[in-house]
Design a protein around this ligand. Structure first.
Ligand code: FE2
Length: 621
């Protein structure tokens, strides 16, 4: 669709030559003293049944008043709402209008005008009406500007009849040119602005401004309303309630200052409803009622309550030997059974050094004690105690993914949706929810396939090595917070929700069968979308392209909750919802490194309702 003002626009006096004629009806007939350009396009979002947010940014040098218009047709013959709004320096000249009094389930067109300057025209849509029989959503995530051209946004913009586009986070990335993605960005001429890691409000604004000057992203925004939630990179990598992996307080200041600057820019630049006065910016959770077919619930899982991600290096626990120290001059190594029979003051536990030569334990107390402080000498190693790591570290009930308040909110929303007999409860969620213990890739990948990728790359070599432990692939996903996941599953079961989880973050496509307990009853399904542009994890291992096929076969064979995966492509999910079924179509672009690409449908999967809280297998269509 072309969003240029048409000849008919001009004749009606709405466009370049006759803007003033229309302005006169709205009390700003004077040509504006401040020249304005609309370089960042238009956007809409946060639709309700009878309301939607429309957005633009005026490139101007001082505060300026804009006229906004919403019409039933793209020629603006039938304007249903119009008014004025100010673009102020205090909000980086971004303008948001909460347009109310619209009809449910209807498409509208909108634009902004300043004197003779007219913005591009956007199309938006209110949430479905009660009699809607079908919903169609685009689902996307992870759109690093430097990692590729926005071919995925371009394709999404062409999709007909979208009710909304759900962006599940990593809309921007915080890195400078030497950070993640910088090498590719240099190659394809898409280096980040400003040319350093973004920390201040001005930095985040500049980054948003760069992303939003992209024509393909503008086209996606102009095509359908966005429903968005941030993941970590909108603030900083691996953010949690108290900080972020990529935030160094010593050089970058207080975490809360940076977080608040990042979120302020986010709310300025994203077409979404601002928090109500007194509401915190970072405690964001929202429900979208999509007619009588579905409710979409978006949860904030980074900044409200999340505990720091565990590190398999720093937080690992190792097998220990118990010593009886009742005679301090001669501590005695004990078996576990013996240790259990002694009172605690007599027992000391020390990490057990194991000999590489014959795999036996060193039980000399003095040596073990000394090496625990100074580090192991050559020829020894520590053995991870994985059972204790899972129960005591990952399974520590003090570690939170969602806070108590969030948990009761989502539980209540699921129940309320079921009480209205809404067939589908959809969760817009950032990181993978399914259980995904890593398959042992040191066995799965033949040496000749994996060696070229790990030979000179310490990070990928260690990553592959570590899969021997069969720990969760990503401890930053729900897998790293199993207690919170179980509480969420309890809420889903209690509500008898028909749960469909939409997930981003992983830069790969997934369909997962969520089980209440390992191998237990189905609690819901998860459709995971790949990235818009951000590089896939297996790309780092794929010096030999057989890696993708081997990884996918191995994941499907060894990880019980995975039903489908694609580790190779960038793309999006098209989700179609009716009263009986939800269908996910996985659509991929052939490349993001070039503007020449093809688009294909990788897979179409379907899940149906079988009763309250009971879903069918995920099956191909
Ligand atoms: Fe990402």
């Amino acid at each position: 669709m072309s969003f240029r003002p048409t000849r008919r626009d001009a004749l009606k006096g709405f466009a370049f030559t006759g803007g003033a004629a229309l302005m006169s009806t709205s009390g700003c007939s004077e040509a504006p003293a401040v020249p304005v350009e609309f370089l960042h396009g238009v956007a809409s979002g946060d639709p309700e049944e009878t309301a939607v947010i429309i957005w633009t940014r005026a490139t101007a040098t001082a505060e300026v008043s804009l006229l906004w218009q919403v019409a039933k047709d793209e020629y603006f013959d039938e304007i249903v709402s119009e008014g004025e709004a100010s673009a102020k320096p205090s909000s980086d000249y971004t303008v948001k209008v909460d347009v109310r009094g619209l009809e449910p389930g209807k498409s509208y067109f909108y634009r902004f005008l300043s004197g003779e300057t007219v913005s591009p025209v956007g199309r938006t849509r209110t949430l479905a009406s009660k009699d809607a029989t079908k919903l169609r959503l685009g689902v996307i995530s992870c759109s690093h500007y430097g990692f590729g051209f926005y071919n995925v946004y371009r394709e999404l913009a062409k999709e007909p009849h979208l009710d909304a586009i759900v962006h599940l986070g990593d809309y921007i990335y915080e890195y400078g040119p030497d950070g993640y993605g910088g090498d590719v960005a240099k190659e394809i001429g898409r280096e980040h602005e400003p040319p350093h890691e973004i920390v201040t409000l001005e930095d985040y604004r500049t980054r948003f401004s760069q992303y939003r000057r992209d024509a393909d992203l503008q086209a996606a925004h102009a095509a359908a309303p966005f429903i968005t939630i941030w993941d970590d990179h909108e603030t900083a990598n691996n953010s949690w309630s108290g900080g972020a992996q990529n935030h160094q307080p010593d050089t970058e200041g207080k975490w809360e200052t940076r977080r608040d600057a990042a979120l302020r820019a986010y709310f300025e630049w994203m077409p979404m409803r601002d928090p109500k006065p007194g509401e915190s910016f970072y405690r964001l959770h929202r429900t979208y009622k999509m007619g009588e077919l579905a409710t979409l619930h978006l949860i904030e899982t980074r900044l409200t309550a999340r505990s720091a991600e565990v590190s398999y290096d720093d937080d690992m626990v190792y097998f220990e030997t118990a010593y009886d120290i009742s005679n301090p001059a001669a501590p005695v190594a004990l078996s576990e059974e013996e240790a259990r029979s002694l009172p605690p003051p007599q027992i000391v536990r020390v990490k057990t050094p194991w000999r590489e030569s014959d795999g036996t334990a060193e039980t000399d107390y003095a040596k073990a004690r000394e090496w625990a402080d100074t580090g192991l000498p050559g020829g020894y190693f520590y053995k991870p105690d994985l059972e204790r790591f899972r129960t005591e570290v990952l399974g520590n009930p003090a570690r939170k993914f969602l806070g108590d308040e969030q948990m009761s909110w989502i539980g209540g929303e699921l129940k309320a949706s079921r009480a209205r007999n809404v067939p589908w409860q959809i969760l817009g969620n950032q990181v993978i929810m399914a259980r995904m213990d890593a398959p042992d890739y040191t066995v799965a990948f033949p040496p000749e396939v994996i060696d070229p990728a790990i030979r000179d790359n310490e990070y990928t070599r260690r990553w592959v090595e570590r899969t021997r432990l069969r720990l969760p692939i990503n401890p930053g996903a729900w897998d790293g917070y199993p207690v919170s996941r179980q509480l969420f599953y309890d809420a889903v079961r209690e509500a008898e929700a028909n749960l469909v989880v939409l997930t981003g973050d992983s830069h790969q496509f997934w369909a997962n069968d969520l089980r209440e307990t390992p191998g237990g009853r189905r609690i819901g399904v998860e459709f995971g979308t790949s990235s818009v542009s951000s590089k896939g994890g297996y790309d780092y291992l794929a010096a030999d392209p057989r890696v993708y096929d081997i990884a996918e076969e191995t994941l499907l064979r060894e990880v019980p909750e995975i039903v489908y995966c694609d580790t190779r492509h960038r793309g999006y999910i098209l989700l179609e919802i009716d009263a009986e079924a939800v269908e996910a179509e996985y659509k991929a672009v052939s490349t993001v490194r070039s503007r020449d690409y093809t688009v294909s449908s990788l897979k179409r999967l379907r899940v149906t309702r079988e009763g309250p809280g009971s879903l069918s297998d995920i099956v191909p269509v």
